[in-house]
Design a protein around this ligand. Structure first.
Ligand code: ZN
Length: 206
């Protein structure tokens, strides 16, 4: 995926997908290889996410790597000045200022690897990930497996009725679903069922 020669040039990599798709695992895999190559690596996560650990990022599969908690993207810029590789996990919990900060880091010659949810629990693009996708050199979309039918899952189904956009949780609150099985909140029928209904109505009118 990555070109072989990258000398004194920075870039942005985005790893995105639904929950349980292995985003953090992939971020850990990439940063760990950089550490093995003796590159200076700094990994950050937002203050909001202390589900597993305050000073590590931890995947659902319990891989982990040391990280620093920050309240704002601005702090990442200040704390990553000496680093060659900057990892950022759970990027959807940062505000839009993450985008110019990532650009700045890449322009300084750093490799910036950002992992985050690309859609919220309603299936709506989750800022600032869409903006980061637009400016990134490399994009990896990870997939989970739909718990209902076993197809590749791109959506995060919330299992509770809460309506706040951000509720930090794991398999107690969320599960991965494919397009057919995903049921957006407040709309009981899935997109698939709505399409079927529409098709049936159209066929009846003919
Ligand atoms: Zn499914």
């Amino acid at each position: 995926m990555l070109p072989i020669i990258h000398r004194n040039i920075g870039w942005i990599e985005v790893i995105c997908g639904s929950m349980f798709s292995g985003k953090t695992e992939e971020l850990i895999r990439r940063t760990r290889r950089a550490i093995i190559a003796r590159q200076k690596v700094a990994i950050f996560k937002p203050q909001i996410d202390d589900r597993f650990s305050k000073d590590h990022i931890v995947s659902h599969s319990e891989l982990k790597i040391p990280s620093m908690m920050v309240e704002s993207p601005r702090q990442i810029l200040e704390m990553a000045l000496e680093s060659q590789v900057v990892g950022i996990d759970e990027a959807q919990f940062f505000d839009d200022s993450l985008v110019p900060i990532c650009l700045k880091l890449a322009n300084m010659g750093k490799r910036v690897i950002v992992a985050g949810l690309d859609m919220d629990y309603r299936g709506i693009p989750f800022e600032p990930i869409p903006q980061l996708l637009a400016v990134a050199e490399y994009i990896t979309k990870t997939h989970a497996i739909c718990v209902i039918c076993g197809n590749p899952a791109n959506f995060t189904q919330r299992k509770t009725a809460d309506e706040e956009r951000v509720i930090v949780g794991a398999s107690d609150i969320y599960e991965a679903r494919c397009r057919n099985c995903f049921e957006p909140p407040q709309e009981t029928p899935s997109q698939n069922e709505r399409n079927r209904k529409k098709a049936t109505e159209e066929a009846t009118h003919k």
